[in-house]
Design a protein around this ligand. Structure first.
Ligand SMILES: C[S@@+](CC[C@H](N)C(=O)[O-])C[C@H]1O[C@@H](n2cnc3c(N)ncnc32)[C@H](O)[C@@H]1O
Length: 299
């Protein structure tokens, strides 16, 4: 049976909604989602998945869209893009051969294998003809690049006129701890975030100064209808066990961050110690808030 374009769009939208909601009525669920072999990566991917789905839903993709994930890393977003465009295709591109090999192995023999194409490539010189895609997504990549405006122009080259470019970068750092946890001086999380931001600014300057915000970068890259859209993720106790485990791992990771003072690192270690007297995940007053920002423009 051949569907008209309108019927295909409706069918695709319905499928997209089912996939996005976990696909209970089709029998599809996250249990069929290809997971990472590595435990920490699996935990991180699961923790962020619902939020990432909500973020990708902002793109309002056509169900049959042909998409590019530029700098796909682990490929989590490429898979969610494929869910959101259930009749479409996703090319997942990254400079890292290891990342692409891992993604290829992860999706082998899954429902994603035929619609997601992992490919090694460089965002600064994309190996695609002009106007190859309906939309391009690039998350947490452009801030690494010496010339983000040139990257936007390169993304715009491979997206068809009128197509969408979505750049995801952070505007605000996440919060979880109360101001005073009773260890070290009040404001541990504020200091951890500040030291990260100081490092980030220094790292950025070493790659080359970019003297404009992301909206300016997209406009300078020649895009139209440029706008920002942020999505909030919020969690309060009681946390599900995998959420608590991810948050504990995050505190433990911060406790070994050499940019943080010894006093704060000692406190973070105590906060991350399961069953210890200062176990943060045993508290009932954590409030996790994270904001992801999208910068969107049309070619
Ligand atoms: C912080 S990770 C983000 C991964 C993924 N997009 C996400 O949001 O989870 C940055 C990714 O950009 C990739 N990358 C860095 N430079 C690149 C380039 N010139 N072309 C393509 N990918 C690049 C890295 O290999 C890495 O996988």
């Amino acid at each position: 049976m051949k569907l008209s374009r309108r019927q295909a769009l409706y069918a695709g939208a319905a499928l997209g909604a089912l996939y996005a909601s976990g696909c209970a009525s089709t029998g599809r669920s996250d249990s069929e989602y290809p997971e990472h072999a590595d435990e920490a990566a699996r935990e991180r991917s699961r923790f962020w998945r619902a939020h990432d789905r909500e973020l990708i839903a902002q793109l309002e993709l056509a169900p049959n869209a042909n998409l590019l994930d530029a700098g796909c890393g682990s490929g989590d977003h490429a898979l969610l893009l494929a869910e959101r465009a259930p009749l479409g295709r996703v090319t997942a591109l990254d400079l890292s051969e290891a990342a692409i090999a891992a993604l290829r192995a992860r999706i082998a023999s899954t429902r994603f294998e035929r619609r997601v194409t992992p490919q090694v490539g460089d965002i600064t010189a994309l190996p695609f003809a002009a106007a190859s895609f309906d939309a391009a997504w690039s998350s947490h990549v452009l801030h690494f690049m010496a010339d983000p405006v040139a990257c936007v122009r390169e993304l715009a080259r491979v997206v068809r006129p009128g197509g969408l470019i979505a750049v995801r970068e952070d505007r605000a750092l996440l919060r979880c701890l109360p101001l005073d946890v009773g260890l070290a001086a009040p404001g541990i999380e504020e200091r951890v975030n500040s030291s990260f931001e100081a490092w980030f600014a220094e790292d950025r300057a070493q790659r080359g100064r970019v003297t404009m915000g992301w909206l300016g970068v997209l406009r300078a890259g020649g895009l139209h209808d440029v706008r920002a859209k942020s999505v909030l993720m919020e969690l309060t106790p009681p946390f599900a066990a995998p959420q608590a485990s991810y948050l504990r791992r995050r505190l433990a990771r911060q406790s070994s961050d050499e940019r943080v003072s010894t006093a704060d690192r000692d406190a973070l270690r105590e906060l991350s110690t399961e069953g210890g007297p200062h176990d943060a995940l045993a508290r009932n007053d954590l409030h996790f808030v994270s904001v992801s920002s999208l910068y969107l423009g049309r070619v």
